[in-house]
Write a protein that binds this ligand. Structure first.
Ligand code: PHE
Length: 336
């Protein structure tokens, strides 16, 4: 019996010394207690007079081993904490991780600038649908079927009378049908045409402006565009109107700005003319007003439409429209 107790003590003491995690120590303790129980159950077989001495031995063993468990547990806990602290250590002097801030796309920048300029003049933003009916995109804009002007824009048809809008002008009709003058809206958005070269993309953005009220004249259009040109480019930018044709405006004009590159002297950008064509505009055709239930004898209006990509290309000196749609980060990063 005494032999058994000594063996248990020696084995347990040796194992305590080798154990170095709290969990292993706990398991060892459970095992020791079970084994001690077995040893104690042998007490019944001892002669009565030997039992007290045996009990004393067992108690001594129990107390001594338990003390050792506690001491070891304190050491192990300390070690484990140190390891945890070492693993979680933060070097506050290390340089921080760099964030790569994003930038707005140049088309978004110009779009926002345009909205800023025109909303300062009292325009409200209206966004129409990209999928339009033939009626809003053409017919109501005085471009009935078989009208030759339909060939000015190569249209993506989705169904016989349904198409991807080719111009934000479709929004003019939607607004005039609902609202009565005075009307002053700005309509930015995506438009689609089957067209693809260095200056044309099958999807691009336009910004439409529409003003309808009593006594609106072409002079109002010119004055407002002059202000737009000065704000968008620089204060010396001049505006020139040239006669043109759009079915939904009469008279119609093509609007040129003096070349920002050469100041109007003539350069490669303006092909020696000193002027750059930037947008189409005109006085809203009487027929269009009538189509929307607005009396053309009481009200007049002007409209203009510009390509946002075109403005961005002029402003930033981009010579291929594709650069705007390839989303090459090296290109886009320059517009911060
Ligand atoms: N919608 C015309 C185009 O896309 C531009 C325009 C708008 C012209 C408004 C006149 C008035 O070419």
């Amino acid at each position: 019996m005494q032999e058994k107790i000594r063996a248990l003590r020696e084995r347990t003491e040796a194992e305590i010394g080798k154990t170095d995690t709290g969990r292993a120590l706990y398991e060892l303790k459970m095992r020791f207690q079970a084994e001690l129980k077995t040893v104690m159950s042998g007490m019944r077989e001892l002669p009565k007079e030997e039992r007290p001495a045996f009990g004393k031995l067992v108690n001594e063993l129990k107390e001594s081993i338990e003390r050792q468990f506690e001491e070891r547990a304190a050491v192990v806990r300390k070690k484990e904490l140190e390891a945890k602290y070492a693993a979680e250590r933060i070097d506050v002097t290390m340089p921080g991780r760099k964030f790569r801030p994003g930038a707005l796309h140049p088309v978004t920048i110009v779009r926002n600038q345009l909205i800023d300029i025109f909303s300062g003049m009292g325009f409200k933003v209206y966004e129409g649908p990209e999928v339009e009916t033939d009626y809003y995109n053409f017919t109501a804009l005085n471009t009935p079927e078989d009208h030759p002007a339909r060939d000015m824009q190569d249209t993506f048809y989705l169904a016989e009378k349904l198409l991807l809008r080719t111009q934000t002008s479709a929004g003019q009709i939607r607004v005039m049908e609902k609202e009565k003058p005075p009307i002053k809206i700005l309509s930015p958005g995506r438009v689609f045409r089957s067209d693809d070269d260095a200056t044309h993309s099958p999807m691009f953005h336009q910004m439409e402006g529409l003003v309808v009220d009593r006594g609106i004249t072409l002079c109002d259009l010119q004055g407002m565009l002059a202000e737009f040109a000065r704000r968008m480019f620089d204060s010396s930018t001049k505006v020139r109107l040239r006669p043109s044709y759009f079915p939904f405006t009469e008279p119609s004009v093509e609007v040129d700005l003096s070349c920002a590159e050469c100041g109007g002297k003539g350069c490669r950008l303006c092909k020696g003319t000193g002027w750059i064509e930037v947008l189409g505009a005109g006085m809203v055709n009487r027929r269009v007003l009538e189509n929307c239930g607005i009396d053309p004898d009481e009200y007049t209006g002007f409209a203009f439409g510009m390509g946002i990509e075109r403005i961005a290309m002029l402003k930033y000196g981009i010579n291929n429209i594709r650069a705007l749609f390839e989303n090459d980060v090296r290109f886009l990063e320059q517009f911060r």
